[in-house]
Design a protein around this ligand. Sequence first.
Ligand SMILES: C[S@@+](CC[C@H](N)C(=O)[O-])C[C@H]1O[C@@H](n2cnc3c(N)ncnc32)[C@H](O)[C@@H]1O
Length: 217
Amino acid sequence: MPDCCNPGSARYEGVFDDRFAHDVAKRYRRRGLTAPERRIVEHLVALGLADRTVMEIGGGVGEIQLELLARGAAASTNLELSGAYEAEARALLDERGVAGRATRLVGVDLASNGDRIVEADYVVLHRVVCCYPDSERLLEVAAAHARRSLVFSHPPRTWFTRMSVGMGNAMMRLRGREYRGYVHSPGAMYGALERAGLQVRPLRTGPKWWVVAATRA
Ligand SMILES: C[S@@+](CC[C@H](N)C(=O)[O-])C[C@H]1O[C@@H](n2cnc3c(N)ncnc32)[C@H](O)[C@@H]1O
């Protein structure tokens, strides 16, 4: 699908470009999933993958979906605002022999133009809320699309993460880029999921990425 539907997409493509996609795919081919990605996959494997569908928002080259499809998930859908991942993602899907069960859509922001996107059993957002200005809105809409569980990662709100993101944003401003990173309040994000009827449970903490599961009661 052409990147035609979301005027905000250019902001993401300037940063999450071919080189970023290539580096992520190369790291995944060499070393497999990262620790937070493994925790996300373990959680969904424990809930059960047979006959279950997965939607990943901002899934990049799709390494989490590849692992879930290889372990028996019925189908996956990836929503991305950057079109730069598609060639790497297609190659990985073909290598794993799971392309027939994967759908990839570029330029669809569930929070603003996702009316036609159907629900999935599981919704995943890994390293995404920190790239999106209105994380509560995104999580609220994502939760409404999760039939069983939503799992997401976010940076902890520490002086270190706030300083790192602040420095990154200063660089973006200097280079004339529109993209900004965010360290949103964890409490506000969990509150949005609870208001959407999900029970929130931390799965992993640490200095960089916390992983949180939100499951329908
Ligand atoms: C840091 S990258 C992470 C990509 C991938 N999840 C990974 O860990 O390699 C963040 C991604 O989120 C995407 N993104 C941000 N907000 C989004 C939204 N509302 N819908 C779809 N993608 C989004 C960006 O385009 C970007 O590719």
